[in-house]
Ligand binder design. Structure first.
Ligand code: ZN
Length: 67
């Protein structure tokens, strides 16, 4: 799964997600399915996916350089 574009309805773990179409940010408190964006419109939302900003497990966005 591309964590930069996770389609609506995908099952994800808790974390923060940013709408790829409008930049709206949502927080998922627990594992569940991603909802459509609250600003969703077929005219403005063509990607219909979320970017995973933070979460558990599969996002090695470690702010510390680690050699
Ligand atoms: Zn949106």
């Amino acid at each position: 799964m591309d964590k930069n574009c996770i389609p609506y309805g995908s099952d994800v773990s808790a974390g923060t997600f940013e709408c790829q179409d409008c930049g709206d940010v949502i927080t998922m408190a627990s594992r569940s399915s991603l909802p459509p964006c609250s600003n969703y419109s077929s005219l403005t939302h063509i990607k219909k996916c979320w970017k995973n900003l933070s979460g558990q497990g599969d996002a090695p966005n470690d702010p510390y350089p680690n050699k």
